[in-house]
Design a protein around this ligand. Structure first.
Ligand code: GDP
Length: 460
């Protein structure tokens, strides 16, 4: 924490601007050694939160023409002195400037180290720090809104409020154990039980938000499967809502992308192995089946496509046997043609599996897409996919701590029911307090902090 750290914090590819961030007690002094602003004061003599035009020198030559953002502690991202150097966004020039900073006393920042300092210096709690990363990796509007809401402290406030209630219960019990003459717990247990039931309802609500939170953050891994020629590429085009050259006569000639992300009415689908969709009538069916096995095994959702103008055959039955209790939407495609196979025929093949939901589609006419999207929303969000100020947890670490606190509180309720002595109650209340503290980062070990921040990206 004492070192002054530096890192390139924009993408490592040629671009208009590349930013290097420096943070620490010597940040201003070190940048002053390599930066000159014609006719102007040194940065150390300048006002905070100002922007300075000038050049970076390596002692004899100019390396780059830059803008320097001077932010002195404490109103900064890390709460330390922070200097940001906006260079031209070339990799070579950025590395030259970074090397100069290192030569003059900086250390290269570890991934996430700026945010870790913001956390350790008390500017943000752990939920807010983790939201920073989620915000950066957001792929959809809802994911972004959720991250922004957590970044603004919504989860922190909820957890802190529950935690202070729990602390009050502990204090009350401990006080009465210490001084039974003046503090009586007579009748308090029933009242405490009521309050704990309410608290656990709130905690459970947060735990339940995980399914949606995870889907919103990461998207639904979706496999599109079906025999050659049933219309997989055409349906994919319809879903992607754009005419791409995916429908092809010769497999693999147009695209070899393996994964594609599409956001449908707020629901993010990560389409697995869209290259596999190229199987055509020329492809060996066996390859198609192997690809299906592979993509179905990775999928949270299977979109199984049937050509309703043809009879079902062994390949269909084989694919159906692979789907096996996965969430499945069956698209009965080519509904513009004469119907040979309908929903009932398909249901007969689903022996022991959970039945899929059906939508009739015609990729040719572009019909069925709205119904498909509405079924999708029902399947994953009970139809309620609008974001209404509720916090959704998408972080496994936070969920595990929430579950531990839920269980501890349940044990307190059990102890009350079983008329256990009061000190039993406070033991479990203390462990609930500790688990809740882990979520916001008030009861975490250094190792865990290191692990969390090591998953951040460089320069953040
Ligand atoms: P894939 O092999 O499963 O990816 O199937 P394609 O999307 O390449 O489609 C195979 C053929 O079926 C192409 O000639 C498409 O134009 C045609 N096709 C796809 N969907 C429909 C549909 O809904 N109706 C009709 N009539 N033809 C379709």
């Amino acid at each position: 924490m004492k070192d002054t750290i530096a890192a390139i914090c924009t993408a490592l590819s040629p671009s208009g601007i590349g930013k290097i961030r420096v943070s620490g007690s010597e940040a201003v002094e070190i940048v002053d050694k390599i930066f000159k602003s014609p006719g102007k004061n040194k940065l150390s003599e300048s006002d905070t939160h100002t922007i300075h035009y000038g050049h970076i020198y390596n002692g004899k030559d100019v390396i780059d023409e830059v803008l320097v953002l001077l932010m002195k502690a404490p109103r900064t991202y890390t709460r330390e002195d922070v200097v940001e150097i906006d260079c031209h966004g070339g990799l070579y020039v950025l590395k030259q400037v970074l090397n100069l900073l290192i030569d003059n006393g900086c250390r290269i920042a570890e991934p996430g180290e700026f945010t870790k300092r913001a956390f350790l210096n008390g500017r943000i709690d752990l939920t807010e720090a983790e939201a920073v990363m989620d915000l950066i990796s957001s792929k959809s509007e809802m994911s972004l809104k959720n991250s922004v809401s957590i970044l603004n402290g919504s989860l922190y406030k909820k957890i802190s409020s529950i935690r202070s209630d729990v602390l009050y219960f502990i204090a009350k019990i401990e006080a009465s154990l210490d001084d039974p003459e003046h503090m009586s717990l007579d009748g308090y247990e029933e009242e405490l039980k009521e309050k704990l039931i309410t608290i656990n309802k709130d905690i459970n609500y947060l735990i339940k938000s995980y399914d949606n939170g995870k889907i919103i953050k990461e998207g639904i891994n979706t496999a599109i499967v079906g025999k050659p020629n049933v219309g997989k590429s055409s349906i994919l085009n319809m879903i992607l809502d754009e005419e791409r050259a995916i429908v092809t006569d010769i497999a693999g000639t147009t695209r070899d992308t393996l994964e594609e992300t599409v956001v449908l009415n707020g629901v993010t689908l990560n389409l697995i192995d869209t290259a596999g969709i190229h199987e055509t009538k020329d492809s060996v069916e066996k390859i198609g089946i192997e690809r299906s096995i592979n993509s179905i095994s990775k999928a949270d959702l299977v979109i199984y496509i049937v050509d309703s103008s043809r009879e079902l055959d062994d390949s269909d039955r084989e694919i159906i046997s692979l789907i096996n209790n996965k969430k499945t939407i069956c698209l009965v495609n080519k509904s513009d043609l004469n119907k040979v196979t309908d929903k009932e025929d398909i249901i007969k093949c689903f022996n022991n599996c959970e039945l899929p939901l059906f939508v009739e589609t015609s990729a040719l006419l572009g019909t069925g897409k709205e119904q498909f999207i509405s079924i999708l929303s029902d399947m994953f969000f009970d139809g309620k996919i609008s974001f209404n100020d509720e916090v959704m947890i998408s972080n496994l670490r936070q969920i595990n701590s929430l579950k531990e606190s839920y269980e501890s509180i349940n044990r307190v309720i059990d102890s009350i029911d079983n008329e256990m002595p009061e000190d039993f109650l406070s033991i479990d209340l203390l462990s609930a307090y500790a688990s809740l503290g882990e979520i916001i980062g008030e009861e975490v070990s250094d190792d865990l902090v290191d692990k969390i921040f090591s998953e951040f990206c460089m320069g953040k």
